[in-house]
Design a protein around this ligand. Structure first.
Ligand SMILES: [Zn+2]
Length: 460
């Protein structure tokens, strides 16, 4: 059934059930912004929780930071973002719409079924390709473009209330710089020896003009980033390790391996030794959800140069002092959420001929782990007691309206792994029916056994 999934269908489902709403919807919305609803936030919290567990809690030598969104603007000079973080944009002279030249080419190539690597093209090559292949404006169908110009993707704002003293600052376009600028602080306070890592989860902002496939490309998004600082001789080993780590993280949370692939970067940043993405097979094709990058000593060297601080490490045994090499791994939290939604969505035909929508989330990702359903109003109080008991350990939802069949459907379509039904017998003998989302099989167990039953089956 997977091939029938479209982003329209998915976004409607998300809106109807409470995963994702359009940003500022009552004002007609705002392009490329989305709000996560009661279910979406739980999904994202689960992703972040397990990423932190795998990256920091279970790691040998990694530590967290929560760095600020607003940074000294010199950071972005040092990182190269002020000079070269831009998109190649061109305007249609006929209808005055603005387009990303590389995306126009990619869409064209995708339709024609040709392989093209727009990422690796210069401005001039992009322009020549568009003219040569007669690629038209997707809005008006004419071909009358301006030259391609590079537009910086950073959101600018200003600090200070006094007009004359305004200073231009930026909303961070990535969280990574927060780890680099705290390299010395973290090393000093943790007394960490190389190799060690710094993890950070937070919002980043990019002024993208291309509207993008539901929540895939948005103006603000949440990144989960980890920088591993090591000796240069160890870096390739860690690069391979984190490449696999990223892939394993997706499958650990239930994403189907056949929908994932590694993709080496065709065009490397000049300082990078190698870079590899994990891509997911979205309804529009394979696209990036995470990246692993061997960044050499570029980041710390640049911060040393621009800040004047020694960004070095002294080996306690050899006394050698050097700038560590960085291996970065980064996962887009919103993109993970979108890939989890796509991967989980299913429409199943039932024996009675009806169709049910069911989200086959890994229990680890499911927003609610269990739903409590009193069959009739008389069992409402008992059901609330059970909910209260379980809520100490699990996200629990409660539903007492509509037929039991309808209520099962509601839980299926938000991916709740188990439903507990409280019925007339419950009041007599303290037993309940517990139903499995995927198999729809039911067990009769004692209320006192529910927690152990869930612990075992959910394996959180
Ligand atoms: Zn046009």
């Amino acid at each position: 059934m997977k091939e029938q999934l479209t982003m329209d269908k998915l976004s409607n489902h998300c809106k109807r059930t409470g995963f994702v709403f359009q940003g500022s919807e009552i004002y007609g919305g705002m392009g490329n912004t989305w709000d996560y609803g009661p279910l979406g936030i739980e999904l994202k919290r689960n992703i972040k929780k397990y990423w932190w567990q795998k990256t920091v809690q279970e790691s040998e030598n990694s530590f967290g930071v929560d760095s600020s969104i607003l940074m000294n603007p010199t950071v972005w000079k040092a990182s190269g973002h002020v000079d070269s973080f831009s998109d190649p944009l061109m305007d249609c002279k006929e209808c005055k719409t603005r387009h990303r030249a590389d995306k126009l080419i990619e869409e064209y190539a995708h339709k024609k079924g040709i392989e093209v690597n727009a990422d690796a093209m210069s401005k001039e090559e992009l322009y020549a390709y568009i003219i040569e292949h007669g690629i038209k404006c997707p809005n008006c169908g004419k071909q009358n473009f301006t030259d391609i110009r590079n537009f910086n993707l950073m959101f600018e704002t200003s600090r200070g209330v006094n007009e004359e003293k305004q200073n231009k600052i930026y909303l961070r376009p990535e969280t990574a710089q927060g780890e680099y600028v705290n390299f010395l602080n973290v090393q000093r306070t943790t007394r960490a020896k190389l190799p060690f890592g710094i993890a950070n989860i937070g919002k980043a902002f990019r002024n993208e003009i291309t509207p993008g496939n539901f929540t895939f490309r948005t103006l603000e998004f949440e990144q989960m980033e980890h920088q591993l600082f090591c000796r240069d001789s160890e870096a390739m080993g860690f690069y391979e390790f984190y490449k696999q780590f990223a892939m394993d993280f997706f499958t650990f949370l239930g994403i189907k391996r056949e929908n994932l692939r590694f993709k080496d970067h065709d065009k490397l940043a000049h300082y990078a030794k190698c870079a590899c993405d994990v891509q997911y097979k979205f309804p529009w094709g394979f696209d990036e959800i995470s990246g692993t990058h061997h960044r050499g000593t570029w980041d710390l060297s640049r911060h040393q140069e621009f800040s004047g601080k020694q960004m070095t490490y002294t080996d306690p045994f050899t006394n050698e002092t050097f700038i560590p090499t960085v291996v970065e791994h980064t996962i887009g939290c919103d993109r993970f959420a979108l890939c989890a939604l796509c991967d989980a969505y299913d429409e199943e035909e039932l024996e009675n001929g009806e169709t049910r929508i069911v989200m086959h989330f890994s229990p680890k990702l499911a927003p609610y782990k269990v739903a409590i359903l009193p069959l009739q109003k008389q069992q409402s109080e008992k059901a609330k007691e059970v909910k209260k008991m379980l809520a100490k350990n699990f996200m629990v939802t409660f539903d007492e309206s509509g037929s039991i069949g309808k209520r099962y459907r509601r839980q299926d379509e938000i991916g709740t792994p188990f439903c507990v039904t409280i019925d007339f017998d419950t009041l007599e003998d303290d037993t309940v029916t517990i139903r499995d989302r995927d198999t729809m099989k039911q067990d009769r167990i004692k209320i006192s056994e529910i927690k152990n039953y869930l612990d075992e089956k959910l394996d959180l």
